[in-house]
Design a protein around this ligand. Sequence first.
Ligand SMILES: [Zn+2]
Length: 411
Amino acid sequence: MALRVDVNGERLWRSINEINEIGATPAGGVRRLALTDDDRLARDVFVDWCRGAGCEVSVDRIGNLFARREGRDPSRAPVLLGSHLDTQPTGGRFDGIYGVLAGLEVLRTLDDHDVVTEAPIEVAVWTNEEGARFAPAMLGSGVFAGVFSLEEGLGATDPDGITLGDELVRTGFAGEVPLGGRALDAYLELHIEQGPVLEADGLTIGVVEGVLGIRWYDITLDGQEAHAGPTPMGPRRDALLGAARLVEVAHAVALAHTPEGRATVGVIEARPGSRNTVPGHVSLSVDLRHPDPEVLATMDGELHDRATEAAEALGLVLAIEPIWYSPPVAFDPALVDAIEAAAAGLGLPSRRMVSGAGHDACYLAQVAPTAMIFIPCAGGLSHNEAETIESAHATAGAQVLLRAALARAGA
Ligand SMILES: [Zn+2]
């Protein structure tokens, strides 16, 4: 018979509020950049709370924290829950923090009820998820999963030239636990959606099947500079007009693959940048996303074909340089099913969805069966001091996390 225990939603909400006093901003957000004094304080509080719930806490060499609650069979690989405590410079109170403290709430609930699971359960705090202080983002989980070397991680520098490795030593989180080679039974990450879909659909739980793949391009268009007055419209080779058509092309490429296709032109620079000269040179960025690698490849082809057509029609020279590809992540089907079943068992309305944003779970998926749970956030707003969630949703998400963890760890 499945064990029925419930998380303490009030305690979870209180803990979120308490930890967010560290680095609280006047506008109601949080500023807790990775491995600053405020991040250290938040980590210290987390460690205290985990020890209070009977867990042992260890630190690995890139500063990731692991709070472990032993199982009946210590030879079994742990079920890992987790997220991050660092924030954006003008960050919200729930991005990352919620997933960590909901994991802690799972540990506390099991402790309250003296539940012993078969497999151990651990809660991880990943170092420098946001990438706001040290680039790249998701650095702690990336080093853990072997995507980046330990040397790369420790050598990452902030804008003042301070290395992440030095900050680990300064804050007391330069741990001893070696990276890699550790078996994990599963990784579950609970997070706010950071988008508007769940709220718009009136749903409580997002069952996350994967993460959008990303292709980045640098594009240039070359035409001819000419005087804005004497040059008639017909013979112009206006590179900025070409760029305007490329913005439409990118938009259309994504629209042809709704609802999951995305295309964004975030940067345009026209030269020579004079109000009475026809622009002769434009550079622009394109960001394409889709969860299916084949569709993303199709979108890539469509972007090339339609951009070429648009440039030729205006007599422009087009160059498209692909500069980055992050493949789509497909989460573990059995774990996705387990999350969906947990939500259904609790009577919580849910839908399957993909994440548009990157998460530590993307890298963990390379080393363990992984899946994510989303809850709604107001207006889909995140990376914003006004980011907020409903406490009832916070409780519901933690409850799904608990059920899914227990289904996996065995009780
Ligand atoms: Zn996050």
